[in-house]
Design a binder for this molecule. Structure first.
Ligand code: CTP
Length: 311
């Protein structure tokens, strides 16, 4: 920052910073005494006057032992969000500004005992992409995610859960909202009484059968809720009769729209990066071409904005 403020360009980074006419975002991280030192204060004022953008530093613990205060680097996801906001097309319309959305994503894990669980192949990619796409159009988004290995999307509030019952609780406590998009592959069943201790195998004996009980249906609960969002959208993961099953789900779950896809193993959709969907609503069925999951998300967000605008 001191070099930038004085136009010193004696290495690659400082040379690029002096030679660029693109926006520059600084995410300072330093010892709290350095941050408040008079030269730093002067340099920051100079840089701000030059139009340099800042994110952080934040208050908190330092990397140095027993040091805390103002100087901690902003969280990486907040830096990503600040960078995205900086490079965002300023003219890009924000048709969902002022709207709130709840999105579920990923699988749920239903415990059998402290070390084992029932799960499915959902990666969370489609749900996370939809949360990000809605945020990009200006919506205030809460993403309720089951256990996934992909990062939280920038610009979205992510709540992490494991079980279907926890997911339902997180979703209903997020109501009221204008939009609900339930993308999670919620386990339909959980173990009726999961064991508090690891279940041991008994040599020579058949394992005890797993007794299952039905999980709450989150989409159906939201679709019939007294604080039902204006637009309730569900997914239908099918391996056969995609349209027929999708239409049945639209009615049964009280949804305005069902995004139906064929998740047969040969499609590679579950866990993959592409998706081929059919949009089912009271207006009929529209088949979208095979698209990247980010493109499906962007199209769906645009469709949601159009629906809310009454188009
Ligand atoms: N869903 C949900 N809660 C559940 C089960 C499903 O919110 N307990 C939602 C999913 O997020 C999705 C939609 O319901 O938006 C359809 O999920 P899907 O697994 O395709 O259907 P199911 O209702 O589980 O029906 P089936 O297993 O018979 O196909």
């Amino acid at each position: 920052m001191a070099k930038m403020a004085h136009g010193l360009a004696d290495d690659l980074a400082s040379t690029i910073l002096l030679a660029t006419d693109r926006p520059v975002l600084v995410a300072p991280a330093m010892n709290p005494k350095m941050w408040t030192a008079a030269p730093t204060t002067r340099n920051v004022a100079t840089l701000k006057a030059d139009g340099i953008h800042f994110i952080g530093p934040m208050a908190g613990e330092m990397a140095e032992k027993n040091e805390a205060g103002f100087g901690r680097m902003a969280e990486p996801l907040d830096i990503v969000a600040a960078a995205e906001a900086l490079f965002a097309d300023k003219d890009q319309a924000k048709p969902l500004a002022g709207k709130t959305a709840i999105v579920t994503s990923g699988p749920t894990h239903e415990p059998i005992d402290p070390v084992r669980y029932i799960a499915n192949r959902s990666s969370g990619r489609q749900g996370h992409a939809i949360a990000a796409a809605l945020a990009k159009l200006g919506a205030k988004v809460t993403l309720v995610s089951g256990p996934v290995t992909i990062p939280d999307p920038a610009g979205v509030t992510t709540v992490h859960v494991e079980r279907a019952e926890e997911m339902l609780e997180a979703v209903t406590s997020g109501l009221p909202a204008d939009i609900a998009v339930m993308v999670a592959a919620v386990a339909d069943w959980r173990v009726a009484s999961s064991s508090g201790q690891k279940i041991k195998k008994q040599p020579g004996e058949a394992p005890a059968p797993l007794l299952l009980t039905e999980n709450p249906d989150i989409l159906k609960t939201v679709g019939h809720h007294e604080q039902r969002p204006t637009l309730v959208i569900g997914f239908a993961a099918e391996t056969q009769n995609v349209e027929e099953n999708g239409r049945a789900k639209l009615a049964r779950k009280g949804a305005d729209m069902i995004v139906a896809n064929d998740v047969s193993p040969e499609t590679g959709i579950m866990g993959g990066s592409r998706n081929s969907v059919k949009i089912i609503s009271a207006d009929g069925i529209e088949a979208w071409p095979d698209l990247d999951k980010d493109e499906v998300a962007a199209r769906l967000a645009a469709l949601i904005a159009a629906r809310l605008a009454g188009a």
